[in-house]
Design a protein around this ligand. Sequence first.
Ligand code: ME8
Length: 505
Amino acid sequence: MAEPFYITTAISYPNGRPHIGHAYEAIATDAIARYHRLAGRDVFFMTGTDEHGLKMAQTARDRGVEVRALADEMSSYFREMDDLLNISYDRFIRTTEADHYAAVTALWEAMAAAGDIYPGRYEGWYSVRDEAFYGEDELIEGDGGAKLSPQGTPVEWTVEESWFFRLSAFADRLLAHYEANPDFIRPEGRRNEVVSFVKGGLADLSISRTSFDWGVPVPGSPGHVMYVWVDALTNYLTGIGYPSDTYTARWPADVHIIGKDIVRFHAVYWPAFLMSANIALPKSVFGHGFLLNRGEKMSKSVGNVVDPIEMARTYGVDQLRYFLLREVSFGQDGSYSHDAIVTRSNADLANGLGNLAQRCLSIIAKNCGGVVPQPRAGSDMPAVLATAKAKLDEAMIALAPHRALEAIWEAVGEANRYFADAAPWAVRKTDPIAADAILYETAETIRQLAILVRWAIPASADKLLDLVGQGADARDFASLGNRLQPGLALPPPQGVFPRIVETDN
Ligand code: ME8
């Protein structure tokens, strides 16, 4: 039986269209999911939309639409983006789905049965933009002395009857868990932030609201809906069947991939809820950085959003995927610009891998009758590829896709040097057998490189694998050990990575 691997993105607020930050998270998570599938694991990859809460209710009111209609429309754009970007999710969850209500209700009841939920009255600062409560000491001062959340968003003084979760009782157990599981929160900088936040002491958490009704009803408490984060975090259990016992086939999750702004919810609140309900904790939480447009933070509310769907259409899906995975150190903030995307895709994809394939395969088509020629022992390429694979594995286990691609492109560079130095077009004039062997070795290298990059740029890798005559069942890491069959007829060569041509606009 294949080893299970369960990976999730955050679920996005569909209060607007998806922005490039959402695309980035989906692409990075997809790349990791695809890597594990290629390695033979039984992967379950979940993403979706987080549809309740005050932020959704207020956006719908401001636009004069029903909140459900807003959620339906915007959620469909997230799914459309995922499909366009080749995001290989196994489930796209929406928190308005019936099975999710059942899961959240069951989790609430388990926490209540454990004695961790009690009634009270909430008085404090709430940020609708963050859907988060803040302590007075956490607030920062904005223009004109306005109080802002640590994320820089407006906060309002809120007084409400509320159910509370006894978060304060979990601080020691959380700290012990971080200590015993150094990889629970990654990267390390985020871990340190969480540890010092918890060491500072935890206040109990208000987990129900009475001022609006767009949420999951609190069982047995008319007028109360659950705090949107209790609802949202539970999606990770809903998607794999909780509260039915079958969820344990995939739980605990291997990793929740989320942005750095919501690490606290995933590394403090979520494990505390699970401890209370006596459910195992996820193995790890990874907080990636923010994507900035030439240094500017983007958000739906601020308005400087670049539409990822438009970007994928402009540059190409794999060009965008490759750029984001290669250029941003996973875990750090990254920035992008038109020039950076064009330069990176032209250099690495069109000139690097694309040119190698185009040159080699067109010579095979022209000089070898379009069939794979005969090999001969004695090239360095197998060793180069084995090194690339070892570095790929090491980097992906460390959740460093940028390093994985760097290592593979070192091999692409080696392959291009091998091909240029061996010069089969010149050798053919005097030694056609030697020329065939060089072409064989290069085509075989292209086959392996395509498998090695398939998690990052799946559609292009599949085109390359079509061009070297590989069937659908010969595209995973286990197939790296195959060798191209001499005599195999290849389809006519085609360009796989179009060069992005500069335009004036
Ligand atoms: O936080 N760059 O939803 P969301 C990179 N519903 N990542 C970014 C980003 C940027 N510029 N902006 C946002 C929520 N993100 C909650 C999550 S999970 C149980 C509930 C990331 O739509 C952000 O960090 O505001 C988060 O991981 C994801 O996009 C969705 O953000």
